[in-house]
Design a protein around this ligand. Structure first.
Ligand code: ARG
Length: 509
């Protein structure tokens, strides 16, 4: 901030302005030179209007368009009683002194418009941009716990985003989450927050028992090392088909009045259940095989995310939620009578805890199945508590498709009902609509790599349409690749977050 000896203070002195600048809340002249103007105008207006500076400063706003000025002040915001805005404006303009930084203000309706003197602006702005270099546009003060005292530390935000499921497609929802989450993380970082980027992988549940069976039957070490993400997915598709066929077979047998118990007790479904049970009981062999696939997949994900200039600080995931934490949570939920037994399972009946329509709309989710196993929601509850202990964060954002609105509402409400009121206030769901019918040229199943390759190829085609220009591009394939990736990002960010961006159709088939 503007101390007597800082380059900014020297600059202001040379412009014959008084230094140090008075301090106002949310005034960061070192990071944002426009705040010099807001501070300057505020000190003039305090003299001229007699209104408290603390009221004037925050009322000075950016304008929508530059012909409306560089800053604008809605006169009613100063809450001066007894006179109409135009009378006040006339009175103030009369008294308004010459300034080295701004022209005399003009009035427009109930607004005072301020125009900066361009030459002075350049003298302040350009050296500041050059000095800040890559930091320009960032405001590290915003993230300080106490903006006047750096030693009190920075606010911490966890942004959970992307969160694909291992051995399943990386679909449009994951892509949007990746882009929005990456963008939010960068914004908070530029505002000086400590940002922890979390990828909460779908890497746990009976389907990973199924995958293990599939690997025994269809797996191939070479194919796995070459392309773990696709190979695991192929296996998953094959074994899921076997499972579907088995279900069909059981149905047929039962309809024919025949005994299906062998298939039921020894079939794919039951074996997968047992395998997963072994995983939950820390069976060394099962766990080490699964951990290896997880590692291999993460390694590949990292490479792809790097192409988008995105990284994660923590690869968490459903598997990382500790059993003890879930047991502890289950006891608490039951003791507090939030959860209850229903037909052998444990559920939460929100109508009993939240009156009226809101309670009804939260429904009656299951949190523990009959066989004692936990679910997606159960894991999310304990994961949030684990994050709170591990990171002691000030805010936590979940970037997840609006298809999961209900899930996150349930989660947040459960945390609140459990008495974690402060925690419940710190969590937020940033949702978004889904891209409809996104598919690539090679079919409807998409992985991030396929999407990026397809947009790159499409760009390359477009570039080739103009041969003369194309020949001037030094490395057309690499250029097309970067353009493709950028276009995916830009298209996503230019659409409304909550609406499904149909404009994807321009890029995908
Ligand atoms: N893996 C999930 C899916 O693909 C998304 C995870 C969202 N995050 C959460 N904390 N539940 O649907």
């Amino acid at each position: 901030m503007a101390a007597e000896s800082s380059p900014l203070a020297d600059k202001l002195k040379s412009l014959s302005l008084t230094t140090p600048l008075p301090k106002y809340a949310n005034c960061y002249p070192e990071a944002n030179p426009v705040d010099i103007y807001r501070a300057h105008i505020t000190s003039i207006l305090t003299e001229v209007t007699g209104v408290d500076a603390a009221v004037i400063y925050p009322a000075l706003q950016w304008t929508q368009t530059l012909e409306k000025g560089d800053l604008v002040l809605p006169i009613p915001a100063l809450r001066v009683k007894g006179k109409k805005p135009d009378e006040l404006a006339a009175e103030w303009l009369e008294k308004f002194p010459e300034s080295p930084l701004i022209h005399k203000p003009s009035t427009a309706g109930t607004f005072l418009q301020f125009f900066f003197k361009v030459e002075k602006l350049a003298q302040i702005l350009i050296p500041s941009i050059l000095k800040q270099d890559k930091q320009f546009g960032q405001n590290p003060y915003l993230g300080l716990k106490d903006p006047t005292d750096e030693s009190k530390g920075r606010k911490k935000i966890l942004v959970e985003f992307s969160s694909p499921n291992i051995a399943k497609p990386f679909h449009a929802g994951h892509l949007r989450s990746t882009i929005i989450g990456g963008f939010l993380s960068n914004l908070y970082q530029a505002a000086g927050w400590d940002v922890v980027r979390i990828n909460y992988l779908g890497d746990w549940g009976k389907q990973y028992g199924l995958l293990a069976l599939g690997f025994e039957k269809y797996g191939n070490e070479e194919a796995l090392s070459a392309d773990p993400i696709n190979h695991l997915f192929e296996i998953y598709v094959k074994i899921s088909k076997d499972l579907a066929a088995e279900k069909e077979e059981i149905k047929k047998l039962e309809e024919a009045g025949k005994d299906a118990s062998e298939l039921k007790n020894e079939g794919v479904d039951e074996q997968a259940r047992r395998y997963f049970k072994a995983m939950t009981e820390n069976d060394t062999k099962a766990i080490s095989q699964w951990a290896r696939w997880r590692e291999m997949s993460i390694k590949r994900y990292k490479e792809t995310y790097a192409r988008l200039n995105i990284h994660f600080d923590d690869y968490s995931g459903e598997s990382q939620v500790k059993q003890e934490k879930m047991d502890e949570t289950a006891i608490k939920l039951s003791e507090m009578k939030i959860s209850e037994e229903s037909e052998g399972a444990v559920i939460i009946d929100f109508t009993k805890h939240v009156p009226g329509k809101p309670g009804k709309s939260l429904e009656r989710p299951i949190i523990r199945k009959k066989d004692g196993t936990a679910l997606y929601l159960t894991r999310d509850i304990s994961e949030m508590l684990q994050r709170e202990e591990k990171y002691k964060f000030d805010q936590l954002i979940y970037v997840v498709a609006s298809q999961q609105d209900l899930h996150l509402k349930q989660l947040f409400k459960i945390i609140e009902l459990m008495g974690y009121k402060d925690l419940a206030k710190k969590v937020q769901h940033v949702n978004f609509g889904l891209v409809q019918g996104m598919s690539t040229r090679r079919g409807t199943v998409v992985f991030l790599d396929d999407i990026l390759r397809d947009v790159g190829e499409k760009m390359h085609e477009v570039m080739q349409k103009n041969q003369a220009k194309y020949e001037q591009v030094q490395n057309p394939l690499a250029t097309a690749d970067i353009l493709g990736i950028s276009s995916v990002m830009v298209q996503d960010m230019s659409g409304k977050r909550r609406v499904s961006p149909l404009h994807y159709h321009g890029l995908f088939y």
